[in-house]
Design a protein around this ligand. Structure first.
Ligand code: CU
Length: 257
């Protein structure tokens, strides 16, 4: 059984997810080695230095430096994992999204807005540009505060029930929140990101297979946090663009009435 299986992560459905699983596995094996090592040391110490064998305590203690060297070794190995592997792996998921847009101007982009206790998805529509949003413009009928005066927003559409993305394309999610800190997590895609009010944080990934799954909130955000689940669907690119175009046309027709 592999480590991701043992952790109940399920199958990976994203292009980069193999690297996340690999790092996760290596870290867990390292922790197992440390756990067994320190437990063994603890048991030996209990036996060797018991009150029965040494009724009088030694005040000079251990003279050699083996444990110091061991600890420095562990710190170095952990620093290499963190700085050499974990940071670059994550930077690739967030900091390089502009390169994705540069390579593929049509790359699907979705604003993901968290609020207690639901997710709303804001698609930029056919023009690929999000309309300006302002929390001061939020009303019952304009839940994301899209500025009606900004023409970029005329063809924007919103999905409250489901996040749809095309298979085999790099998709960029821009994650934010309307109230408290949430965390948008898609476990089969091996990706997640904190949603912070006032900030829009990008993350991107490429789904490799068509699938239906769910997204969750991975940051305790209030009493109904556990209900903060949403559906997600990865569909063929042609189906996706057909859906997105028709939703966008609908919105535009509504505004031109
Ligand atoms: Cu939450």
């Amino acid at each position: 059984m592999s480590i991701p299986e043992a952790l109940g992560l399920g199958e990976n459905y994203s292009l980069h997810g193999g690297n996340v699983d690999q790092l996760n596995s290596v870290i867990h094996w390292l922790m197992l080695v440390l756990f067994v090592g320190w437990t063994t040391y603890f048991l030996i110490a209990l036996y060797k230095f018991s009150a029965k064998r040494h009724p009088k305590a030694s005040y000079s203690g251990v003279k050699n430096h083996v444990s110091t060297h061991l600890e420095i070794g562990v710190v170095i190995v952990e620093a290499v994992f963190l700085l050499g592997f974990a940071f670059p792996l994550w930077a690739e998921r967030t900091d390089t999204f502009e390169r994705v847009v540069g390579d593929d101007a049509d790359a699907p982009r979705v604003r993901v807005v968290g609020q207690q206790y639901a997710w709303t998805y804001h698609y930029p529509g056919n023009d690929g540009v999000f309309g300006r949003t302002d929390s001061a413009l939020i009303t019952g009928s304009n839940s994301l505060g899209i500025d009606p005066l900004d023409t970029n927003g005329d063809d924007d559409f919103i999905s409250t029930s489901i996040l749809r993305l095309p298979v085999g394309r790099d998709s960029i999610l821009q994650v934010t929140s309307k109230d408290v800190i949430h965390n948008f997590a898609i476990v089969p895609m091996r990706i997640q990101q904190d949603c912070i009010p006032g900030k829009e944080i990008p993350m991107w990934f490429r789904p490799t297979r068509e699938m239906e799954t769910y997204v969750v909130c991975a940051q305790l955000c209030g009493e109904a946090h556990a209900n903060m689940k949403g559906s997600m669907e990865v569909i063929s690119a042609s189906e996706y663009y057909k859906w997105a175009t028709s939703r966008s046309d609908e919105e535009l027709a509504k505004k031109q009435k």
